[in-house]
Design a protein around this ligand. Structure first.
Ligand code: CTP
Length: 406
């Protein structure tokens, strides 16, 4: 449909970036990025109309996002960018050359593997456009930049290179490795805003094997460049590997609620640091006051609660429930990763599998029928009945009613 519209408007339309890369790699990717040689915003508005969606436009960057509902009834997003015709100044007296705008658009991207396009419009529908040897790099499993200033233009690409290397089991090419080392020596990471660094770290922690990326960052000195307190030690590495296992275990068993993995990894990365150092790290990462308070208090909570978890008796699960129920899931999973005790691991697992979702079969309405006057007593009776159910002292609805009435 996008190609047809391109033909009608007489503009060339391409699908670019991650989608094309993943197509060649045989990986699923539903994020479509389109580039239009022409007025991208006008194109997006017309396409949105055809899709029955809406457009959010960014006039300054000539980009737009189309939000629409697909055939399966799910909300999807489609990014549309404008490729401008640019003139490329040649050195000395050579004539100025006009590069096709799609080529310039692709040239500005991070790595060759992300600089592929497929033409959708005109008679070239489906034509793969590869100006920079991306297909060969995919075959050779290489992450390579397109030009030597890539990391100077955008130092977050250092972390992106490492993330893609881990994700695809590729290797960063030798020249690109040198450029990363140079960029780190020039302290370019220091110039990055905290929120951009945090965003890249979050992306790494959302991947399947973050520890491998962390080890690579350590090798390059990239963790130290963010903050020296983040440097890995053998103990920290062990903790982070455990965090990875626990996060994977949780993802396999439960879809909801889903934790924010970056919080768990950051607890691990700062586990050996004093509070003042952690404060510096959070400042560097530009935490909001709320994020800052939440993180610091979670750090304290897990330290305190972890010590008590081993002392819970198997017949007193209500105690376990009360210890864990108000702790964010990230803290609970972190404690699971940190403990060496099988009993504690089992207790946490029992809490996640059963206790946290246990509900009563009776409500306030039942209490009213039993003759209780509405008021704070309701909460108290229901809470105590829930504890009794958690401790397996009452099971059926009738047993719960009898217990509440006592
Ligand atoms: N890009 C870039 N430099 C960056 C970030 C992004 O050149 N610092 C380009 C890349 O060409 C990338 C595209 O913008 O393909 C879209 O970025 P993003 O959605 O972050 O990348 P994907 O490659 O789609 O990655 P992912 O698979 O993680 O979504």
């Amino acid at each position: 449909m996008a190609g047809e519209l391109g033909n009608k408007l007489n503009v060339a339309v391409y699908v670019v970036g991650g989608f094309v890369r993943d197509l060649l790699l045989g990986r699923k990717n539903l994020d479509l990025d389109l580039v239009v040689e022409g007025d991208g915003i006008a194109f997006a508005k017309k396409l949105a109309h055809r899709l029955g969606g809406r457009v959010r436009q960014h006039t300054k960057f000539k980009t737009a996002i189309i939000i629409y509902t697909n055939a399966a009834g799910e909300e999807e997003r489609l990014d549309v960018a404008t490729a401008r015709l640019e003139y490329y100044e040649q050195p000395a007296s050579l004539p100025t050359v006009e590069l096709s705008s799609i080529k310039m658009d692709l040239y500005r991207r991070d790595f060759t593997i992300n600089a592929l396009a497929i033409q959708l419009s005109h008679d070239k529908f489906g034509k793969l456009i590869d100006f920079f040897g991306a297909q060969k790099d995919i075959r050779d499993k290489l992450i390579r930049v397109l030009h030597s200033l890539s990391f100077v233009e955008d130092p977050t690409r250092i972390l992106r290179a490492i993330r893609f290397e881990t994700r695809f089991e590729f290797t960063i090419g030798p020249q690109t490795t040198k450029l990363i080392k140079n960029a780190l020596q020039l302290k370019l990471v220091t110039k990055l805003s905290g929120s951009r660094v945090l965003h890249e770290l979050q992306a790494i922690f959302n991947e399947v094997s973050p520890y491998q990326s962390l080890a690579r960052m350590q090798e390059f000195g990239a963790l130290e460049a963010i903050h020296p307190a983040l440097t890995l030690s053998p103990t920290k590495s062990k903790i982070l590997k455990e965090v990875e296992k626990v996060v994977e275990w949780y993802r396999m068993l439960y879809t909801q609620p889903s934790p924010e993995p970056w919080v768990i990894y950051l607890l691990g990365l700062t586990s050996a640091s004093k509070a003042e150092e952690v404060e510096e790290v959070l400042e560097r990462l530009h935490f909001t006051p709320k994020q800052y308070n939440d993180f610091m208090s979670l750090r304290e909570t897990v330290k305190t609660v972890a010590n008590t978890l081993g002392k819970v008796r198997p017949d007193a699960y209500s105690h376990l429930y009360n210890l864990l129920v108000s702790i964010p899931l990230e803290g609970v999973l972190y404690m699971m990763a940190r403990t060496k005790s099988e009993t504690i691991k089992k207790n946490i697992s029992h809490f996640l599998a059963y206790l946290r979702t246990t509900t009563l079969d009776i409500t306030g309405a039942d209490l009213q029928l039993l003759g209780f006057a509405p008021g704070p007593i309701f909460g108290e009776v229901l809470r105590k009945t829930l504890w009794a159910k958690l401790d397996e002292k009452v099971k059926t609805r009738q047993e719960q009613l009898d217990f509440a009435y006592r």
